[in-house]
Write a protein that binds this ligand. Sequence first.
Ligand code: C5P
Length: 224
Amino acid sequence: AAPLLVAIDGPAGSGKSSVSRAAAERLGFGILDTGAAYRSLAWAAVETSADLDDSAAVGAILDVWTYAITLRGQQRVTVELGDGVVHDVTAAIRAHDVSGLVSRVSKHPEVRERLNEMFRRIVAESGLPGVVIEGRDITTVVAPDAPVRVLMTASPEVRAQRRAGELDGLTHAQVLADIEARDAKDAQVVDFFTPAPGVTLVDTSNLNFAQSVEAVVEIVRAAQ
Ligand code: C5P
């Protein structure tokens, strides 16, 4: 049987990634972090000195690469660029400089279409009872027919606070400025602030981590 799909969108720092991961674990589902693929693509473009603003150059990486991500347990992301060398990029794709570059590869519609195909294939071949897919356009573009669709939000201040805890050496103001700049760029491509029809809004501004996980688990259980 095809896995039960749980689509979760939201901006950076909404809790989306950590909450999705914990909810997936509670449900015995896999978790597909789609941002990791966009991050890996930006990493690969830098690695091969490709022009991130050139959609054909970014597409050429997709022609040759083998991308792999674990759906259960600790996340591991690997990229092979056609030369047989497997790079473990799990840590590298979280670096601050990569985060600042991803919007430049994620803005190309052709690139998004090809990654969306890859996401659907990864899910279909997962062999799992369910998969939580999280990103920016999952509820609207990647899996608009998913039985469970959630938009997770939080106020910019709360999001910056959460992110500042993860990033060393940056002030709250710097993190807030980074988040707002990245959201503004990403929002030119997909609107991930307004829930599409049928999408459940979960605002985590006033929820702690456990409460946020519980909210998602309850929505999924109600749909099962
Ligand atoms: O979720 P995360 O912060 O890892 O996403 C990194 C970047 O990847 C985003 O800023 C955005 O540019 C891009 N992205 C996207 N569509 C997705 C997931 C991520 O454009 N579904």
